[in-house]
Design a protein around this ligand. Structure first.
Ligand code: CIZ
Ligand code: SF4
Length: 304
């Protein structure tokens, strides 16, 4: 490890104690960020962790909607996002105003929003979901009319798996859209023994070629199972760090090195240190929006 990195890490650890802070990192963060975090996970794990921690300060190493979710659940804590510009282009593909228009068009529909959405959009939704629980939550909805925002590919996958006819929003993740069927076909020829697992944010053409369709937490569990010796991984490449760390004797092959989320990679060790020093940038959801958005998030958490 570089010497200056070591100094930064020492300083982060000291300040973290002084501030009574917890560092949460998403599975797509840089390896060195994951390594200094108190907890690494997907957005569902991290929101549950945020809801249950006794820390006063949450440093959220992820993107804006994730820090907002922590703020929705923990209004009394200070939530810091080390780089204020770390957003999610997919989350920005739906606005509260455009969703209100859609609801007027389909007034009887239940609105399910993927956690990759702004607090304002969550406030307009009935229930929130993540890629880890979307299938189960949608399956259990009584209402046959469902509006799903903003990921059309996750929505399409869930609609296929549940047989429910869903009104899909045209959003998508530009990072997962870089994963192409050709990549998988080529790697299958190169590693004939390997299993293929892809994220449900991938296109239907990619999903068709996979053995498993999994959220990142699902991927981590699958990778640890006896079924897997070699795994071709179709999601953001930050996950490879954790997979290798937890399964040092197995082989993980990214479907493409191009699947890298520039927003997830905005978090660096110096920015984590700076945010603990200055206690900013802070993410705080306004109370009126928070209360409405919390209903959708609470319904998700209550569903288990
Ligand atoms: O839910 C999340 O954290 C995301 C964005 C991906 C995943 O499957 O973990
Ligand atoms: Fe958003 Fe895609 Fe980046 Fe996840 S990987 S934060 S969905 S742009």
């Amino acid at each position: 490890m570089k010497n200056n990195n070591r100094t930064v890490i020492e300083k982060i650890k000291n300040l973290k104690q002084k501030r009574n802070a917890i560092i949460l990192a998403h599975n797509y963060q840089f390896g060195e960020v994951q390594d200094i975090a108190d907890f690494v996970g997907d957005s569902l794990d991290l929101s549950q962790k945020a809801a249950s921690t006794s820390a006063d300060v949450i440093v959220f190493c992820g993107v804006h909607f994730m820090a907002e979710t922590a703020s929705i659940l923990c209004p009394d804590k200070t939530v810091l996002l080390p780089d204020a510009s770390a957003g999610c282009p997919m989350a920005n593909m739906v606005t509260a105003a455009s969703l209100r228009d859609k609801k007027r068009q389909f007034p009887d529909a239940t609105v399910v929003c993927y956690i990759n959405s702004s607090a304002e959009v969550k406030a307009e939704s009935d229930i929130c979901c993540t890629s880890a629980n979307a299938l189960k939550l949608v399956k259990n909805l009584d209402n046959p009319y469902i509006i799903f925002v903003p990921d059309q590919y996750l929505g399409h996958y869930i609609s296929t798996m549940t047989g429910k006819d869903m009104i899909l929003w045209p959003g998508y993740c530009p990072v997962h859209a870089r994963i192409k069927p050709e990549h998988i076909l080529r790697l299958r020829r190169e590693y004939p023994q390997a299993r293929v697992a892809v994220h449900p944010e991938c296109t239907p053409e990619v999903i068709k070629l996979a053995d498993k369709v999994l959220s990142t937490s699902g991927l981590c569990r699958y990778a640890a199972s006896d079924e897997v010796e070699e795994l071709i991984v179709g999601t953001e490449i930050g996950i490879i760090h954790r997979l290798k760390k937890e399964n040092p004797d197995k082989r993980f092959i990214p479907v493409t090195e191009q699947a890298i989320c520039p927003n997830m990679k905005k978090t660096t060790l110096p920015k984590i240190l700076l945010c603990l020093e200055t206690m900013s940038p802070e993410v705080k959801v306004p109370e009126d929006i928070r209360l409405k958005a919390k209903k959708a998030v609470d319904r998700m958490l209550a569903a288990g």
